[in-house]
Design a protein around this ligand. Structure first.
Ligand code: KIV
Ligand code: ZN
Length: 437
């Protein structure tokens, strides 16, 4: 696929440069998730962490939408804007929004580290139903919005909302207009999370081909996760020639969220032959950033969430644990895993459950300072399998060792299930199970 990357004459140099710009929208699109609205202090803490992690552009909010957003953008501009990190404010093509962005971004403008992100819907459905505007009126809004923002800030991003569902000829006209009036980044969102990955690839490639933009123009992707495809679609957009990716930590965002920053970064970093891109992010900060965002937004991370979920690098089944422990003994990480946990500041770990094996029990007992023989580990494992507990803590393991092998016992009504050479009797009422050897 990489050999087929789109290379229009104007954009070819840009595309040959494989440096990806990470545009983080945790504080804007991410904050739009119900219940995630943050205080000023919380927003600043997240911005500081994003800066530490090395994102290129922080979309700090939508200055015209609330005094809290305005103030957050102002303070983040003061504290985080630098040569390495630009601060961005979202604006509709309305004078009031753009003025609010300009005043909020003032400290970043002074440091030449500000971006105004101007957007308007370009799909037939959105123009008619939401805006009540004709195509010509929307083109005029672009001229006025982008033109006004450009008077104050050099770095202007234009987004065509619902771009994926827009008429391509009209979309190309909107983009050319935005570029003519000073936009330097062109964002092509799949606002409603509709596209299949190959459709989004074709869409981005087609638009880049149609627009024939000058080399300094950067195309950007922004994908929503309604069908669980946001990360994959974003990567396809980059393969098609976009060089900015818009994303949020932990995949936060409207409805089912935006593409997750950590997933895109790690897909690229762990498969350089597939995704031949470079970026300035320090991925070892990903885990601490994910936890901070979760703590401050109050939005819990699913245990199975790729890269940052609690179980992303945990091994609970006996077969996997056996492989992982044999790997560790030979100094090899990641026998079961596509990403090196250290590269995101996490650790691979063994969790003891009723699916675990003897080797894992012995490893864990050794780790907690109570080494056991394989015979003792077998007895502990029998107790684990009969305990009904979902996860076995170190304290419980020690108790189980002290309790010794299970003795056969009858408790009320029970069913017998043969497991290997043993019979397990499960009492349906108390949900206790006992082994009858
Ligand atoms: O999803 C979207 O289209 C947006 C735009 C404002 C960029 O969030
Ligand atoms: Zn969005």
């Amino acid at each position: 696929m990489s050999e087929n990357i789109c290379t229009t004459s104007n954009q070819s140099e840009n595309i040959a440069n494989n440096r990806i710009i990470f545009f983080d929208s945790t504080l804007r699109d991410g904050e739009q998730i119900p219940g995630a609205a943050m205080t000023l202090t919380e927003k600043i803490k997240i911005a500081q962490q994003l800066t530490k992690m090395g994102v290129d552009v922080i979309e700090a909010g939508f200055a015209g939408s609330s005094p809290t957003d305005w103030m957050a953008i102002r303070l983040i501009s003061e504290q985080c804007a630098s040569e390495k990190t630009k601060i961005c404010s979202l604006s509709r093509c309305h004078e009031k929004d753009i003025q609010a962005s300009i005043t909020a971004l003032a400290p970043a403008i002074q440091k030449n580290a500000a971006r105004i992100h101007v957007f308007v819907a370009t799909s037939e459905k959105h123009m008619k139903t939401k805006l009540g505007k004709t195509k010509e009126e929307v083109l005029n809004m672009i001229r006025q919005g982008v033109g006004l923002a450009k008077k104050y800030v050099a770095d202007i991003e234009f987004s065509a909302e619902d771009a994926f569902n827009s008429d391509r000829d009209f979309l190309a006209k909107c983009i050319k207009t935005a570029i003519q009036y000073g936009a330097t980044t062109i964002n092509l969102p799949d606002t409603v999370g509709e596209a299949a990955h190959f459709q989004y690839y074709e869409f981005i490639k087609d638009i880049i081909d149609r627009v024939q933009a000058p080399q300094h123009i950067v195309f950007s992707v922004h994908c929503h996760n309604d069908k669980g495809l946001a990360t994959s679609n974003s990567l396809m957009g980059l393969m098609a020639g976009a060089r900015q990716v818009e994303c949020c930590m932990n995949g936060l965002g409207e409805r089912a969220g935006n593409a997750a920053l950590e997933e895109i970064a790690m897909a690229i970093q762990s498969s350089p032959n597939v995704y031949p891109f470079e970026f300035q992010l320090d991925t070892t900060k990903i885990t601490e950033t994910a936890h901070l965002v979760s703590a401050l937004t109050g939005i819990k991370i699913s245990p199975c969430k790729a890269v940052v979920g609690q179980n992303a690098f945990s091994h609970a089944s006996g077969v996997h644990q056996d492989g992982v422990l044999k790997g560790w003994a030979q100094g090899i990480q990641g026998i079961y895993g596509a990403i090196n946990p250290k590269s995101v500041g996490a650790q691979e770990n063994i969790v003891i459950t009723r699916h675990s094996g003897i080797r894992a029990v012995m490893y864990m007992m050794e780790k907690i300072g109570v080494p056991v023989s394989s015979v003792e580990a077998t007895a502990i494992l029998e107790r684990i399998k009969c305990s009904g507990k979902k996860i076995i803590s170190p304290e419980l393991l020690v108790d189980m060792k002290q309790a010794g092998p299970i003795k056969a016992r009858h408790i009320g009504k029970h069913v017998c299930i043969p497991i290997g050479p043993k019979m397990i009797r499960i009492c349906a009422e108390s949900q206790f199970s006992k082994i009858n050897s």
